[in-house]
Design a protein around this ligand. Structure first.
Ligand code: AVJ
Length: 320
């Protein structure tokens, strides 16, 4: 676990500070200021996210693990022999590794923005599972997949757990599913974790925990942006807000100014009035039928879905 935090700070933006700075300038000067949730994950942010997954209020990680453990043999039967398991946004690779005994992949291909970090993690994993060929690939999920020729083409499985797909709008999620479909052959599969619509109270509690871990996670984006763009955000000027937007079926996280503040960074400056917000994350929640429709629109069929007992979370398998 600490491994993830250590290397997440060596992610892509560290190598392309100008690109990150231009992106931050564009989003902070938009009529409604926003920041991309990818900027949550510096070293401390990755540790804070790991801590979030241990909170009783934040159910998705735990409940998804329970679904995968309970149904691993059904899942393996549907996927078939020796898949090439492509793990999108693999992070510390632990979720995939827990499925190795049931899935028995021929090849494991973790994909993440930070390849260096993946290489460290893979070394240990390769020793534990010497029979699985492993190859780390550095890629950004917002562009078409372009795998090296060493990534096998037989029975590919795209694994995208954790409700990570929830950070995309449904239209962007469809485009991502289409990129997976384009990189797979007929019969290849996807295995995707999706958070489900539920009571507003349960959803808001999951993103606004009483210990303040999610608040710290949200506020930490300002420190990361201070470093990336030479900005002068004062964390104490901002307040964590999490609310369910029923019109869009999404949890939104914002940072709300506690007073009038002026923020300056290397690419610009902006004045925020007391109460004004910076939108930092959207986390879309689905009904089974809504997500199944996206899968169908992307060209997948033979859809199968597993839930936990409380119908909090869904794991989908579908074939191209
Ligand atoms: C990592 C995007 C799945 O949306 O639930 C957790 C991130 N943000 N608490 C989510 C997150 C606040 C998480 N994802």
């Amino acid at each position: 676990r600490p491994d993830r935090a250590r290397s997440a700070s060596r992610a892509e933006f560290a190598k392309h500070p100008d690109a990150a700075c231009a992106e931050i300038t564009a989003s902070l000067t938009a009529p409604r200021a926003w920041l991309s949730p990818k900027f949550f994950y510096d070293g401390l942010g990755s540790r804070l996210f790991d801590t979030i997954t241990a909170l009783p209020e934040y159910y998705p990680t735990r409940v998804e693990a329970e679904i995968l453990a309970t149904h691993q043999h059904d899942i393996a039967r549907r996927i078939g022999e020796r898949p090439v398991m492509i793990d999108l946004g693999a992070g510390n690779c632990q979720k995939a590794a827990r499925l190795f005994p049931a899935l028995r992949p021929a090849q494991y291909v973790p994909v993440d923005i930070s390849v260096e970090y993946l290489r460290d993690t893979l070394e240990g994993l390769q020793r534990q599972f010497p029979e699985i060929a492993m190859q780390a690939v550095g890629a950004d999920l917002s562009t078409p997949f372009d795998f090296p020729s060493t990534v096998g083409r037989d029975n590919r499985l795209f694994f995208y757990p954790g409700s990570s797909i929830g950070n995309f709008t449904p239209i962007e999620a469809l485009a991502l599913l289409q990129r997976m479909r384009a990189a797979s052959a007929r019969g290849d599969g996807v295995l995707i974790g999706v958070d489900l619509l539920k009571s507003v109270e349960t959803l808001e509690d999951a993103y606004d925990d009483p210990l303040g871990v999610t608040s710290a996670f949200n506020l930490n984006i300002l420190r990361h942006v201070n470093r990336l763009a030479g900005a002068d955000f004062e964390v104490g000027d901002w307040q964590h807000i999490a609310l369910f937007n029923a019109a869009h079926n999404r949890i939104e996280m914002h940072l709300q100014a506690r007073r009038d503040v002026t923020v300056t960074w290397s690419g610009g400056t902006r004045r925020f009035l007391h109460g004004e917000r910076i939108h930092t994350e959207s986390s879309y929640k689905y009904r089974d039928e809504d997500f199944a429709l996206l899968l169908e629109q992307a060209g997948f069929d033979d859809i199968c879905v597993w839930h936990d007992r409380q119908d909090a979370f869904a794991v989908f398998h579908a074939r191209g």
